[in-house]
Design a protein around this ligand. Structure first.
Ligand code: HEM
Length: 383
């Protein structure tokens, strides 16, 4: 039997084959732990994570660096700087409700149908390529883009999301900027087609917005695709990994498509794609007696919080029909994800398309997988 060493820290945990025992040990320690090497405070208990996500002494970006220095002044920096995800204040207060209401109004049954057709038409090899491209194509379709644009949009989006990662090279950041410019231009063209495609998510967003043609709104439409990209790829991939690992789950699921939504919801709790998020201290604040000082950064380990027994009983057990399932994997408080229901729909539709086309998940286990390098997203790369 091969023995895998535990992850060395909370960032290595993201792409570790099984970080969960290490997360459990972390959770049983103090409310926040200092990692001097990473220069981060680490929070892992559900109550602490919730408190920090609603503590207004903390911000989504460092006060002195609203846009990462490496992309400031570039098209990628322009988009980044206007995203609700990266802002508090007016930009967040104006645009978050617009996105939230438009997403809440989606007809998820039709979205499921459309997404399934998109996945069915894509090449299933390599599987990890499909996992990364399909969710963006599905959301781009819902926004109103034509079929022939979907492949370009998912390619640009994969390049653009590199600007969100500290692991990217200068060449990747350059490509991210070209992609940001291309994406803004495509959204402008789509918005110019008046009226916006009928029944589309774009039409719904524009109907909610007071300035439907502003650049900030357009950046946030690009943001819908970037928020979808890796997070939903990871949810789909980790669902396939769960099926690969668990013969019992495969037997229960066999052609019982109505169970797929429960599968993706339990995966989002048990092995979430977004393992952590960060906050930056703007004003001194105490957490359980520990001082967090201005300039400090805090890593909130959502994946550890999901397995806090105070949040979900018997948290390590994969329970398809778990009652009162709770997840912090979509955030909490003012910045909570407005796309959760859509993400579940897209992941379930993707699984259905793959399984009904004959994908054998047991073969995935035989070939194995590792995880795409990342400081926060857990996205399997199937061999
Ligand atoms: C499995 C898929 C997804 C996961 C795990 C996920 C997770 C998250 C998390 C954790 C946050 C909050 C980050 C923080 O507070 O630091 C967030 C924010 C956000 N998500 Fe998602 N997301 C997913 C899919 C989507 C989709 C499909 C959309 C829309 C099409 C979306 C749109 C957004 C937006 C706009 C925000 C920013 C909200 C704000 O800052 O107020 N997400 N997401």
């Amino acid at each position: 039997m091969t023995h895998t060493a535990p992850p060395g820290d909370a960032i290595a945990a993201v792409t570790h084959p099984n970080p969960y025992p290490w997360y459990a040990a972390l959770r049983s320690g103090p409310a926040v732990v200092r990692d001097e090497r990473l220069r981060l405070w680490i929070a892992s208990r559900a109550d602490v994570v919730r408190d920090l996500l609603t503590n207004d002494a903390l911000r989504v970006r460092p006060v002195a660096e609203p846009v990462p220095a490496a992309i400031a002044g570039t098209p990628a920096g322009e988009v980044f700087g206007q995203l609700v995800r990266m802002n508090e204040g007016d930009t967040h207060a104006t645009h978050k409700p617009v996105l939230q209401r438009a997403l809440a109004g989606l007809d998820l049954a039709s979205a499921h149908e459309a997404a399934m057709h998109i996945a069915a038409r894509m090449s299933h090899a390599p599987l990890s390529g499909l996992c990364l491209a399909y969710p963006v194509r599905a959301v781009a379709h819902l926004l109103g883009f034509a079929d022939e644009e979907l492949a370009h949009l998912s390619d640009w989006m994969r390049e653009f999301v590199a600007c969100l990662s500290p692991l990217s090279t200068p060449a990747q950041l350059d490509a991210a900027s070209s992609a940001a410019a291309a994406l803004m231009e495509r959204f402008e063209r789509l918005a110019d087609a008046r009226p916006a495609p009928r029944g589309s998510l774009l039409a719904a967003v524009q109907a909610e917005a007071s300035e439907p043609r502003s650049r900030t709104l357009r950046a946030n439409l690009v943001g819908l695709l970037s928020q979808t990209c890796e997070a939903t790829a990871g949810l789909l991939g980790n669902s396939l990994a769960a099926l690969a690992r668990e013969p019992d789950l495969r037997r229960r699921l066999a052609s019982r498509w109505e169970l797929l939504p429960a599968l993706v919801e339990e995966v989002a709790r048990h092995d979430p794609s977004v393992q952590n998020t960060r906050r930056f201290v703007a004003r001194s604040t105490f957490v359980d007696g520990t001082l967090l000082a201005p300039g400090d950064a805090v890593l909130l380990v959502l994946a550890a919080a999901n397995r806090d027994p105070a949040l979900n009983p018997a948290p390590a057990t994969f329970e398809l029909m778990r009652t009162h399932r709770q997840t912090l994997g979509f955030g909490y408080g003012p910045h909570a994800c407005p796309g959760q229901a859509l993400a579940f729909t897209i992941a379930a539709a993707g699984l259905r398309a793959l399984l009904s086309a004959g994908l054998r998940t047991e073969a995935l286990l035989a070939r194995g997988w590792d995880y795409q390098p990342s400081v926060n997203a857990r996205i399997p790369r199937f061999h």
